[in-house]
Design a protein around this ligand. Structure first.
Ligand SMILES: [Zn+2]
Length: 292
């Protein structure tokens, strides 16, 4: 699955290359790529043709482009799946082997192509939240913003985090509370904040909650700075390995290696069918609280 930095690279690419352009023609080359369109490929094509694409938006790993021009209230949503790619190609470039959907524009310029080898991903035109200026599709409106989103509400997040009756890593992976924080980013943010993954969120102080959020944001910002492929090539491979994962991690994937802060060997623990990496010295197991 692409991580948030890769999806953000795609979003930026779309924002700079297709925003403001009018769709002249839509070709669906494989029905599976539009299977999320309830009324089928014909409906997908009809709803998209003649619209003008807005500025691409992202919520966590979800990506969409608001549509204008044929009445408002709809967005083109892209599910990248495991292998989906959105390419901006010169019309003269031969079709890719796994080309599934092609959008031609009225200006005759570069096409938008959806290429997907495994066809787990796809495109759909979906109704947007009523009156939402970003055109957030109804199906993803319940997903919380991510910490890199300019409209992320820090105060509301830390308050909600501390009010939850759960443990801190579960909370970080709860998409209704905060999105875009995967297993890797969660472990890294917890290491930076010196918090054990099983720490009850209700025991976090306000400064700890704020520091945890700041750490998650720092980790994701760093990943974004080095992650993903450049859209300059006009070819976005959302499965591009982020160089971040091999170089700059402090906890994740470092079992038996020394903690960069205290030298203690990093441990790996089984956690909800995944792994949690932590420093047993910096990130102490929470003790049961006696009294209040
Ligand atoms: Zn340590």
């Amino acid at each position: 699955m692409p991580e948030l930095p890769e999806v953000e690279v795609v979003r930026r690419g779309l924002a700079s290359w297709v925003a403001g352009r009018t769709v002249a023609d839509v070709q669906v080359l494989h029905p599976r790529a539009v299977r999320r369109q309830p009324a089928g490929a014909g409906d997908f094509t009809a709803r998209l043709t003649g619209t003008t694409l807005g500025t691409a938006q992202r919520r966590g790993k979800y990506l969409w482009v608001p549509l204008a021009g044929t009445g408002t209230g709809f967005s083109l949503i892209g599910h990248l799946g495991m292998s989906g790619q959105l390419l901006v190609q010169d019309p003269s470039v031969p079709d890719e082997t796994h080309l599934r959907v092609r959008l031609r524009f009225a200006d005759g310029g570069r096409e938008l192509r959806f290429v997907d080898q495994r066809t787990f991903g796809g495109l759909a035109v979906e109704e947007a939240e009523d009156g939402d200026p970003e055109g957030t599709p109804v199906s993803i409106a319940h997903i919380a913003r991510d910490p890199l989103d300019p409209r992320f509400d820090d105060e509301a997040f830390t308050a909600a985090l501390r009010a939850k009756r759960t443990t801190v890593k579960r909370a970080l992976l709860d998409q209704t509370l905060i999105s875009g924080v995967g297993n890797i980013y969660a472990d890294e943010a917890l290491w930076r904040t010196k918090l054990h993954y099983d720490r009850p969120t209700a025991t976090l102080t306000r400064p700890q909650a704020a520091l945890l959020l700041a750490s998650a944001r720092d980790v994701m910002t760093a990943a974004l700075a080095v992650g993903g492929t450049s859209f300059d090539s006009l070819y976005v491979n959302v499965n591009g390995e982020s160089g971040y994962f091999s170089r700059d991690l402090d906890a994740y994937g470092r079992e038996h290696e020394p903690c960069r802060r205290c030298g203690t060997a990093i441990r790996r623990a089984a956690w909800m069918n995944r792994s949690s990496y932590f420093c047993p010295r910096c990130q102490r197991v929470p003790r049961a609280r006696s009294g209040g």
